[in-house]
Design a protein around this ligand. Structure first.
Ligand code: GTP
Ligand code: MG
Length: 359
């Protein structure tokens, strides 16, 4: 599962990527600093791990990770190959969800390809390019399938009528968020079908007055894109990462609520990907794992180790909420809150799982 960071050139995508992943990818005040993509992982900041640490006193705590991909900037005409056009679109096709960074900060030293702060226009440009790319995709698929449908192949006929529906939806302005894709058509191929959230990259001084400044934009994102707008000052976050740990903590305390904006961004992408977290306590290590919602116990075991999946016998499971409430595994056993589940059990968020397997 990967989240792609997208947007116009010079809006702060790579700076955000570096902050999220503690990376050192090149950042520049000119457009198209990023040409190839940057790939990295961010730690999912999970307060539950702190509590588990208190209870189990492990030697090692391993948090869950989220994969981020920083993609080259996009300009008007990308779907026709302008800028770094097609490469950009190919990378987007590979990711599972998107976060579009919007330039809401004015700064004369950083080239603005729009010549003004206009985040709504940025959204429209990206959506248009994604839509045009999808249209091209659907037209190609229709051409490919038409001959088969004409000679009466039933499956081809059904897929063709779905493709025509999709095309109509796109011509009406899309995006394809609410389309139910039939089995024969792979939703991932369509760019406007990908879940997306927006990040307003603000000047530091606007962090406090975010809603009064960008209320209109928030409304637009909610109503037109059925999405969410998150505030962040990427530059400030970058500065915070450069402080030593003690200073950082002090600074975060001074920032108050605003110090949690970055965590909110990470958690929002996590929800966008429809993930849940389970924990394992093995020996002296506590570890958090992320899996797609609805994953079965046997598949979750496979995430930990392929041997566990192949030799799966059963899983002993209790939930974090119960452990937090009662404070020890022993009490959970006494109260009958530790369950034995089979292969097909669907893991819930916060499950603490002990897999039993043979080798
Ligand atoms: N003032 C200000 N400058 C920022 C902010 N975020 C990023 N920048 C600056 O904007 C310039 C571009 O940042 P990048 O992170 O390289 O932007 P990008 O979107 O990855 O750019 P491309 O890869 O060229 O598309 C750099 O000079 C950053 O230091 C911000 O929040 N405020
Ligand atoms: Mg970049």
């Amino acid at each position: 599962m990967e989240v792609g960071i997208i947007g116009l050139p010079n809006v702060g995508k790579t700076t955000l990527f570096n902050v999220l992943t503690s990376g050192h990818a090149a950042v520049g005040n000119f457009p198209f600093t990023t040409k190839d993509k940057n790939v990295g992982v961010a730690i999912l900041p999970d307060k539950r791990l702190e509590k588990l640490k208190e209870i189990y006193k492990p030697e090692k705590v391993t948090p869950a990770l989220i994969n981020f991909v920083d993609i080259a900037g996009l300009v008007k005409g990308a779907s026709q190959g302008l800028g770094l056009g097609n490469q950009f679109l190919a990378y987007i096709r590979e990711v599972d969800a998107l976060i579009q960074v919007l330039r809401c900060f004015p700064d004369d030293k950083v080239v603005n390809t729009l010549n003004e702060v206009n985040p709504q226009e940025e959204i429209e440009i990206v959506q248009t390019e994604l839509l045009l790319a999808d249209l091209e995709q659907v037209e190609r698929a229709i051409k490919k399938i038409e001959p088969k449908a004409k000679v009466g192949n039933q499956e081809a006929k059904e897929n063709l009528s779905s493709l025509i529906e999709i095309k109509k939806e796109l011509e009406e302005g899309g995006p394809l968020k609410s389309v139910v894709f039939p089995e024969g058509i792979i939703a991932e191929h369509f760019l406007t079908a990908k879940p997306i959230i927006y990040l307003a990259n603000l000047a530091e001084k606007d962090l406090d007055s975010f809603s009064s400044h960008f209320g209109e934009l928030e409304k637009y994102v909610l109503e037109k894109e059925k999405s969410q707008l998150l505030p962040l000052c990427v530059k400030l976050e970058e500065e915070i990462t450069e402080l030593d740990p003690q200073e950082r903590e002090k600074f975060r305390q001074e920032l108050g609520e605003k110090s949690e904006y970055l965590e909110k961004v990470i958690w929002s992408t996590y929800y966008l990907l429809n993930l849940v977290t389970f924990f394992t306590v093995v020996g002296t290590e506590i570890r958090a794992w992320t899996i797609p919602q609805g994953t079965t116990a046997v598949k979750a075991a496979g995430k930990v180790h392929t041997d566990m999946e192949h030799g799966f016998i059963k899983a002993e499971i209790f939930n974090y909420q119960d452990l937090e409430k009662y404070g020890s595994e022993k009490i959970l056993h006494d109260k009958g809150l530790v369950r034995i589940e089979g292969k097909e059990y669907q893991i819930s968020d916060g499950d603490i799982v002990h897999f039993r397997f043979h080798i």
